[in-house]
Design a protein around this ligand. Structure first.
Ligand SMILES: Nc1ncnc2c1ncn2[C@@H]1O[C@H](COP(=O)(O)OP(=O)(O)OP(=O)(O)O)[C@@H](O)[C@H]1O
Ligand SMILES: [Mg+2]
Length: 269
């Protein structure tokens, strides 16, 4: 399925290079994160897991350009990140939709800002409405939709800008289990179709093993007296269509769960 119009060239899926990254927040003791090194390939799906406070959101906000690193560099494509940009789409747990705009207008917002022609805006909007299954509620306002539907709008709105990189911070955290499973399958399908590079923060180890090509396990944080850091990066060598009931899937889950847990107990002792 063709997602993009030909007239407006999408950002090509980009590599992400994180080198020696550290962050100190004013008024906070020590570094929130330190020594983070991650190289992400174009089109790769990376999940980031770890106990609360280990710096997952900090890392994502730096990638988004909302926070500046204290040390180290972040490069997306060939460009150093110096602030937010249209090449990077960001989706948070609270959907951040414009409440005064309809579903379709929310999705059309970015393409309009990018000065696409009216027919192109219409085409992109229609295509994304269809992709996330919201064509029938295109004229509804966000408050008239369920959480899962609002999150679909948020994802469509970001992807309508055809970003090179999709940054997601616990995007499905507020959804019920059934909707969450649907959204995971939806996101996986969208990722297959667009090959956008994804960095996805989650507390759900199941979710990470289901979605990711690689899982970054972080540890540490202020509560443990050491800065947040990367503990291990695990390749998930499972087929594209994943079955969470297989022994292989569960072996990954147990391994990551142990790493996340070890990070908290070792530092606390
Ligand atoms: N704006 C800020 N000012 C000061 N300290 C901050 C700020 N944002 C985060 N921190 C601190 O940085 C550390 C990492 O926080 P961060 O939000 O990145 O963790 P997290 O892994 O996303 O946690 P959670 O799983 O709870 O979302 C914490 O110790 C937190 O208190
Ligand atoms: Mg967080």
């Amino acid at each position: 399925m063709k997602i993009y119009t030909t007239r407006r060239r999408p950002h090509r899926p980009a590599t992400i290079a994180i080198n020696g990254l550290g962050k100190h927040y004013p008024d906070a003791p020590g570094l929130a994160v330190d020594g983070v090194e991650i190289d992400i390939a174009a089109g790769e799906f990376v999940c980031v897991v770890g106990a609360s406070g280990c710096g997952k959101s900090t890392l994502l906000r730096i990638l988004a350009g909302f926070e500046e690193p204290t040390v180290g560099t972040v490069t997306v494509g060939d460009e150093p990140v110096t602030g937010p940009g249209p090449d990077r789409g960001v989706v948070f747990q609270d959907y951040g939709l414009f409440p005064w705009l309809t579903v379709a207008e929310n999705i059309a917002y970015g393409p309009k800002q990018a000065r696409m022609t009216r027919p192109d805006v219409r085409e992109v909007t229609d295509r994304w409405l269809e992709t996330v299954g919201l064509t029938r509620v295109r004229k509804s306002f966000p408050h008239q939709l369920s959480g899962g539907m609002q999150q679909r709008v948020a994802i469509a709105r970001v992807l309508a800008n055809s970003p090179a990189v999709l940054l997601m911070d616990e995007p499905f955290g507020a959804l019920d289990a059934l909707t969450r499973t649907d959204m995971q399958a939806e996101l996986k399908r969208i990722h297959r179709e667009t090959a956008v590079t994804v960095v996805f923060v989650t507390h759900g180890i199941d979710e990470a093993v289901y979605l990711a090509d690689r899982v970054v396990v972080m540890a540490g944080g202020a509560a443990h007296g050491v800065p947040g850091h990367v503990r291990e990066i695990i390749d998930i060598d499972l087929p594209g269509e994943r079955d969470s009931t297989t022994p292989e899937f569960n072996a990954y889950k147990r391994r990551i769960d142990a790493l996340v847990h070890e990070g908290t107990t070792a530092a606390a002792s």
